[in-house]
Structure formats: structure tokens, C-alpha cells
Design a protein around this ligand. Sequence first.
Ligand SMILES: *Cc1c(COP(=O)(O)O)cnc(C)c1O
Length: 394
Amino acid sequence: MTTGFELPTRFGTQALGGCYAPETLMQPLLDLEAAFLAASHDPAFLAELKVELRHFVGRPTPLTAAPRLAGKLGLKALFLKREDLTHTGAHKINNALAQALLARRMGKTEIIAETGAGQHGVATAAACARLGLSCTVYMGVTDMARQAPNVARMRLFGTQVVPVEAGQGTLKEAVNEALRAWAGRCDRAHYILGSALGPHPFPTLVRSFQTVIGEEARVQVLEQYGHLPEVVLACAGGGSNGLGLLVPFLGDDLRRVAVEAGGHGLALGEHAARLDGGRMGVLHGCKTLLLQDEHGHTAETASISAGLDYPALGPELAALALDGQVEVRRASDDEALAGARLLCEREGILPALESSHALALLPALAAEGAATILLGLSGRGDKDLSTYQSRLGI
Ligand SMILES: *Cc1c(COP(=O)(O)O)cnc(C)c1O
């Protein structure tokens, strides 16, 4: 039995993160960290992960130059890291597959997960079908109604989707329910958390399984362009694709930028911009920047993209922002729609609404004098077609 964490549980000068978990979950979290550390040093695990990432997920994903869009914006060069081309259509599968392999190695037979828009649920359902693990996904009733195709995908993969009625019927409540379910079944079940959030060791685990994005991109841009870009840019919900892309560039002399959801207004409740709008608080097991009202209650959030619509910024990304390593900006719903349209028309690529927030910042970065930019295209936009249709009137 493990008795203490070995990895750092806190991030940055403000000591964000931590492990605010109920007593029943402490031993499973300690065991998870121990299993993760052992697996990280086991050549057999690393080799199996590499094979699955290559032949099931489709890695390495391409780095695509976008010269027509760059020309339109007055940039010298723009490169897109294509997580939209992974199996199931977003970066979420990198983490879901790796954690499912880890769970199987730990002797777990059941997987529990939460999902908001359904991308993490679909990725986890696919990984479980692939590895022969049974899977239960908790999802808010509101999200189930607006993301019906993803509910169908999960069911086709043999996953049980459990509706969560509490609160607004969205991601926050689904995470609560998944944590509760895990506490009751942790002897045989592993909880696959979908972003760089939650109690230690989840933020570190998820980030480490996503840094493959930035590691590949760094090698690819040097190969294809011969230099590092001036700016590396990604959207930020919980922060997993952002950390995955940006962390491998932390030692480089360039701007690292993460873009949050500016929603449709500046008032609390109208956006999910945690850096300016948030205060220190604890949600779902970690201390971080959190949108809350004057009484400390978690605030409602709004965004056109379900994947960015979460009240807390992951603790490691929040710490990097507060310590000046990453700039955090925001893009509104309308700016994201305009960003998506630009990419569609200039390059023939339909981005996820989440990724469109990163695209939305390109004109501002160009105006600030940036000439070469590497952008993380976290997912594809097929899931968002009906929103694009209604909001763009096409
Ligand atoms: C879930 C999701 C995000 C936001 O999550 P992060 O953990 O911040 O990466 C961004 N893009 C897509 C396509 C997503 O599915």
C-alpha cells in the first residue's frame, strides 16, 4: 500500500492544484500515481502505448502549413497541428486511450468517465471497446439532449450512458456524479478524467499523456520550416490540449498563448474567461482560478463551444499564466464563428468550435506584429455543424 505522493502535487508560485478529495478516494489516487509512475518507466507499457497511438489513434498527426490563410492575415507563416485528424476527431483520445491502457495494467475491468459535449465520452468509449473494458459515462441531461449524436456513438461502442439530472444538467454535475460513482467502485473501476483538472495526480497524468502533441509539433515545425515560430497558440477549456501543445515549448524563447471562451458578454455568467474573471477556489478536487459569485458559489458560464464552457481553468495552466509563462486571452462567440469561417474558406478545413477560439485570435496576433504562428487545431467541426448552420445562416 502506498502512503504518500511522490510527484509534486502543486503548481507555480501560488501552489495551485492539490488533492481535495474525500477520504474514500485517497487510496485510489495514491495507487493511481504509483501505477502511472511505474508505467512511465516500463518499456513494455511505453511500446504498447506507442503502437496504439500510431495504429489506432493515427499519430503522428500532420503539421499542415496554411499559406492562404496566412496571406489573408498578413502572416509570414502559419502551421496547424492537426488533432482534428485523430480517430474520434479531437485530442481527447490521446489521454483516454493512455488512461485505459493504464487501467488495464492496474487490473481494473471497469471504466467510469464524465462528458460534457461528448467528445471525451466518445473517445473513452472507443478506447474501452478497443481494449475490452466495460464503460459507463455520466452525462448531464441538458448535454445529452443537445449532443444526441455523441450519445448514439457512445452507445454503439457498447458504453452505458447515465443521465445526470442535477443542477443545470451539464458537465459540472456529471463530474460530481462520476467522482461519486468511482468512490463506490474503486476496487475494480478506474475513472478516466477528460482534462487537466481534478485532484492530484489527474492534472499531471492528463498533461503528460497530451504532451505528445507539442513534442511532435516542435520536431515537425523545425523539419518543415527550419525555425521555431514566434507564437504557439491553443484554446483552453480545462487546459489539456493547451498544455499538451505549449509545455514542450516552455524552454523556448517565444510567446505561448491560450485562448478562453469570451462567450457573449463581459458580465459573470456570460463567458468562461477564468483568468480575468476568476478568483482562487476549489472545484472538483483542485485549487485553481474559478468563476464564482460574491458568495463563493460556482458561477454559471456561457460559450458557444461546449468544450470550453467550464468554470475552472486547470491548475497547471492557471499557474503558468499567473507566473508569466503563458498569456491567456479570450475570444467571443462571434469572433470564434468568424475564425472558423476564415479557415473553412481559405484552407478547406472545418474546425471544432473550441479550436475556432484559437483561430479567432490570429488577426489580433498579426496586428501585434507576430509573423510566424503555430496553432493547435484541437478537433474537427462535424459535431458543430448544426451550430454553424444556424449561427452563420448557411
Ligand atoms: C474538450 C475539447 C477542448 C477543451 O478541453 P481542453 O482540456 O482545454 O483541451 C478543446 N477542443 C476540443 C476539440 C475539445 O473536444
